[in-house]
Design a protein. Sequence first.
Length: 415
Amino acid sequence: MEVLILGGGVVGVTTAYQLLKDGHKVLVIDRLPPGIGGASYGNAGLIATGHSIAWGSPKALKIWFNSLFHKDPVFRMKFQADPQFIRWGLKFLFQCSEYKAKRNSLAKHRISSYSQKKLKEVVEETNIQYEQNVNGLIYLYRNSQALAASSSHVRLLQEIGQTLETVEKERVLEIVPELRDSKDQIAGGVFSPTDESGDSKIFTEQLMECCRGMGGTFESGVTIERLEASGTRIKRVVTNRGVFTADNYVLCLGAWSPLLVRTSLGVRISVCPVKGYSITIPVEKGHTPPRIGGLHEEDLLGFAPMGNHFRVSSVSEFTGYDIGHTPEDFEHILSTSKKLFPNAGNYDKAQFWSGFRPMTPEGTPILGKERHSNLFYNTGHGHLGWTMSCGTARITADLIAGKTPEISTELMGVR
Ligand SMILES: Cc1cc2nc3c(=O)[nH]c(=O)nc-3n(C[C@H](O)[C@H](O)[C@H](O)COP(=O)(O)OP(=O)(O)OC[C@H]3O[C@@H](n4cnc5c(N)ncnc54)[C@H](O)[C@@H]3O)c2cc1C
């Protein structure tokens, strides 16, 4: 079968790989070279199965409300009189009960855990190198009350088999000795020994090369303008470089996915661009970045060592599709990172980036079909798209093959 994949981020390229394994003829189109054009480029790099916790919760309600009236360095909300944003916001508020927070977290964990297994298989099959670090992740807390309050999340994931260890400050410093100079910033943490990290841009580029070796084709410089349907089938994709046709189509446009299907097909999917920022710091002789990645919880600061560079990201900003950034946008990341990891790298040579997390209100991705029988959705992976990509790719390939996926996709339908 001929399959046309729309979007060459980590989700599009992992999907290409699984479809090629199944023997399909695959073409991926993107306006930029794969791995460059979206969130897969500069994310924090965490494969954070042990942190598959839904954003929507009773606590989130308070944070949202406060951010409308107070300046918060981490969570920034610009009210938008856009019906799409309002609809998404209402759906998100509807997810903020204890019951739904638990249900959504379990679904997120189900797909993340499956995806981590599929990632392992992909790496074994291809032997690709992407600064992978499989020594676990540490989730740090500055405040001991906040650490104590994390126990309900920890228990929830432990009960379904995730290995998580709540640790005191001294044990944190044994696990990450590079934090010794900033130990006053830490009360303790949660260690997740099976989590991992890696550079998703390098992974995407390397996997693309493997896909090419398997017969896959990638075309960049192709801006998708619209989909055209006839009845319940997609007939063609219209781009700046002409018309593309295939038997099946897979939508992997990350945060831009809802724009295309709404304007072309009148289909509304709940994906909101949630902007985040990252800095990439060169690691030179004498620098001591942390040996494993993780997250500083109160500052929402994700970090990961990636060979000769160190990546730090933070901030969740609701600001529409404005991808630009100013030096002030990085003040929080830079100051917090320097406090925690003063000798991690050469901060004077930091590179700055911003991107969109394609968030659904539930936090689970959008998979499967809507009304068009040959259009498959694989989008809306939110803040864990790198973590979930290999799993949703396999599920999409199974759905295209007419097979039942290996895990339940409940809460992951088109919505
Ligand atoms: C700051 C930040 C930190 C993050 N940290 C982590 C993390 O630690 N762990 C984790 O698991 N996830 C993390 N994420 C989330 C993760 O990066 C995303 O969920 C994931 O990269 C989404 O992949 P994607 O392929 O769906 O989308 P993208 O990578 O955004 O790719 C979409 C592609 O579509 C293309 N495109 C869009 N519109 C068009 C068009 N009209 N025509 C042609 N091409 C088009 C773009 O060029 C792009 O290449 C983070 C995200 C951010 C922003």
